[in-house]
Design a protein around this ligand. Structure first.
Ligand code: COA
Length: 334
């Protein structure tokens, strides 16, 4: 008789148990941005909400920043690195195609036993990785998972690109996700509209650059209006689906933590969701800029650090960006 394959028992839920963040030291204000592009502090504030952003030092890598955020999240969890069964890193700016940033961070943090992989879903990456972590833990496949969102976008955005250089920035956020006797992370609503893949893309591929370097290093470019229309048109619906999937309403929320793309996009989603006044809305973009996969964990960590939200309430997270990929879920605030 063919042997039956053994499996692991399914769990009731998972939850975020701790957060950590890393913000690089160098502050770039709008006046400095205006030395690279023709713009103004007023225009940048009005169109994006951004007052200043952080940039990593030239010798500071994606893995350095990811590790720094991860060490804080791990310390706050009370676990040790050897307890981790997986390291997931959401990033699109790790400058090595392989090996992954996750494998390097797992080694540097002292978790040689952990499975490790990167998640390339751009600004939706952290919410994608969180959804994967929740499913892996609930299925019994994994125990404790370190989820990191980290970007060094200053390496991939051209300073003279008027449509992008004032928006994108660097940083890292991390959470530890552990088994729970109840659902601390709701079902993830996710997807991607690949037909709009050119809305945020690279100027060319690495092989095109190899064959003809005259157009310069591949850089991130964005069709700002197309991205704006898509996010404002679709992300409230995706958020509503995540609320419904979790069986809660906006009245049950303590916080809303959207990807920090642009304050005008956040305003539009808040209006469409008709969020009650008691729901605290993340506005970390004002001093952090758009850090793609790092923006949601950075904003969540800041909310907790500043005491804007308490422990145990519910937060709605939604990430969206290149792909055009999106992911949303309701989580219990650690
Ligand atoms: C990027 C964004 C702020 C640009 O604003 P916009 O109103 O769409 O800008 P446009 O490109 O249509 O240009 C409008 C005007 O502003 C000017 N402009 C464009 N970039 C400018 C800049 N950096 N500084 C000053 N003026 C600028 C243009 O020249 C144009 O002027 P004109 O009307 O005299 O021709 C906006 O499209 C946006 O917020 N998009 C979403 C981006 C985003 O969130 N991306 C993250 C996704 S993860």
């Amino acid at each position: 008789m063919t042997a039956r394959i053994a499996t692991t028992p399914v769990r009731a839920g998972s939850r975020i148990v701790s957060t950590g963040s890393y913000r690089p030291a160098r502050v770039i204000d709008n006046a400095e941005v205006c030395t690279w592009i023709e713009s103004s502090d007023e225009w940048i504030r009005e169109r994006s909400g951004i007052v200043e952003r952080r940039w990593a030092a030239p010798d500071e890598s994606v893995t350095d920043m990811g590790l720094a955020a991860a060490e804080k999240a791990l310390a706050a969890s009370g676990l040790s690195a050897t307890d981790l069964s997986m390291v997931l890193v959401a990033t699109v700016s790790h400058p090595y195609q392989t090996p992954s940033a996750a494998a390097e961070i797992a080694d540097r943090i002292g978790a040689p036993q952990a499975a490790a992989l990167d998640v390339a879903a751009a600004c939706a990456g952290f919410c994608y990785a969180l959804g994967l972590a929740d499913n892996l833990i609930r299925s019994g496949q994994s125990e404790h998972i370190l989820v990191i969102g980290v970007e060094k976008l200053s390496d991939f955005v051209r300073q003279d690109d008027r449509g992008s250089s004032f928006i994108f920035a660097d940083g890292a956020g991390a959470v530890v996700v552990s088994p729970s006797d109840h659902a601390g992370i709701g079902p993830t609503v996710w997807g991607a509209d690949g037909a709009q893949k050119d809305a945020i893309t690279m100027t060319q591929s690495w092989t095109e650059f190899r064959d003809d370097p005259s157009h310069g290093f591949p850089a991130l470019v964005m069709q700002g209006q197309q991205v704006f229309r898509w996010a404002v048109g679709e992300m409230a619906k995706v958020s509503q689906e995540a609320l419904a999937a979790a069986g809660v309403t906006v009245d049950d929320l303590a916080a809303f933590v959207p990807h920090q793309a642009n304050n005008r996009i956040t305003d539009a989603i808040v209006r469409q969701l008709a969020l009650p006044d008691h729901v605290v809305v993340a506005r970390d973009i004002i001093t952090t800029g758009n850090t793609s996969a790092a923006s949601v964990p950075l904003a969540l960590d800041r909310m907790l650090e500043s005491g804007e939200v308490g422990h145990g309430g519910l937060a709605l997270l939604v990430g969206f960006g290149a792909g055009l990929a999106y992911a949303a879920q309701v989580v219990e605030i650690p």
